[in-house]
Design a protein around this ligand. Structure first.
Ligand SMILES: [Zn+2]
Length: 352
């Protein structure tokens, strides 16, 4: 189960990561050429991991063979299943054409529309329409960060009208497209490092809401997150908001959900963070359960990535996600803090 950004933004570093973890989601997205042995493999090949220095990546089996490599006998990268071929063809068409109807896509692959939709959704975790939408959003967001103008970026990403881009983002919190493009320039961010029972905590907020909450961080880390924003030591204007944030840490409860947030992330990250905020205080979920709740069972790894990228500890409660076996799993700010937050939330839930 892959996430669309892996395809649009993948570099060799990301490909090597897929090979190291034998990640099946990338089978068909590229092949791994091992020049010491003259063989090429699927990313998920079960054989021993080659040395990185002997590896080169190729987009297709044909490219690898043109470079003089032979297909591996164990993972048979040259023999894609009919379903794989169908899904890759559809993705290539969506990537090239943007908007395509289900009937057009199915016709391209020779399957009925219903059967095609089922194969595509099982393989990617998204319906063809949702895939195209995610691809457009991902492209527009990438272009907004790099591009010359909001209008051009949105048009280049395949939206017929700018309204459609905004409509797809409707209801999502976060910086406006202009802010995305300018990397936070023109934003004033008020910040403070506050003492809590869990150690020092960096809190930062715009006039719209909290944009960063991180344990053990300070101005340098905030600057790295918002390189172009104006950073201002918080004064009286933030006293009430920051007091509520500290209270959410010290005495967790449902009220913390009412603290306004101003967070920027990709479309997928935003969906994951929204889902995290639906986990009731005092409860936990596994990455798999969270992925299932998002309608993407099997996307647990991508959910884990979005979870780790959460810029607002506690208020977007990524600490409520634990490993499938009930152990704590990971936490960006240290497992002791995660364990203590969960203990406080369970205690707050118990009657009396
Ligand atoms: Zn192989």
């Amino acid at each position: 189960m892959f996430h669309v950004e892996h395809f649009t933004n993948m570099d060799d570093e990301a490909r090597w990561q897929a090979v190291r973890t034998k990640d099946r989601r990338f089978d068909g997205a590229f092949v791994t050429g091992v020049h010491s042995t003259g063989i090429y493999c699927r990313p998920s090949c079960p054989a021993r991991l080659p040395h990185r220095c002997n590896v080169r990546f190729y987009a297709t089996p044909a490219d690898a063979e043109a470079a003089g490599l032979r297909p591996c006998k164990r993972c048979a990268p040259d023999r894609q299943s009919a379903a794989e071929t169908c899904v890759r063809a559809a993705i290539a068409a969506i990537t090239a054409q943007g908007r395509m109807s289900l009937a057009e896509l199915a016709g391209l692959t020779g399957y009925s529309a219903t059967h095609f939709q089922r194969i595509f959704t099982r393989s990617t975790g998204l319906s063809p329409a949702a895939y195209a939408r995610a691809l457009r959003q991902s492209r527009a967001e990438a272009a907004l960060i790099a591009g010359p103008s909001v209008g051009e970026a949105i048009a280049a990403a395949g939206y017929a009208k700018p309204d459609h881009f905004y409509a797809e983002r409707k209801g999502r919190e976060g910086m406006s497209p202009n802010d995305w493009r300018r990397g936070g320039a023109g934003r004033r961010i008020f910040w403070a490092v506050l003492a809590t029972s869990l150690g020092e905590m960096l809190v930062a907020a715009t006039d719209k809401g909290v944009c960063c909450l991180a344990f053990g961080e300070g101005e340098a880390q905030l600057r790295a997150r918002f390189p172009k924003a104006e950073l201002v030591a918080a004064g009286a204007e933030m006293r009430d908001l920051f007091a509520r944030v500290v209270e959410a840490v010290e005495q967790p409860g449902p009220l913390s959900a009412a603290i306004p947030l101003d967070v920027a992330g990709t479309a997928f990250q935003q969906r994951v963070w929204e889902e995290l905020r639906r986990i009731p205080c005092g409860e936990t979920r596994s990455y798999g359960q969270l992925a299932a709740a998002l309608g993407q069972p099997g996307a647990a790894r991508a959910v884990g990535g979005a979870n780790a990228a959460n810029p607002v500890a506690v208020l977007t409660p990524c600490h409520r996600v634990i490993a499938a076996d009930g152990s704590l799993g990971g936490y960006a700010w240290g497992l002791e803090i995660k364990a203590e937050l969960l203990r406080r939330e369970r205690a707050a839930r118990e009657p009396g």
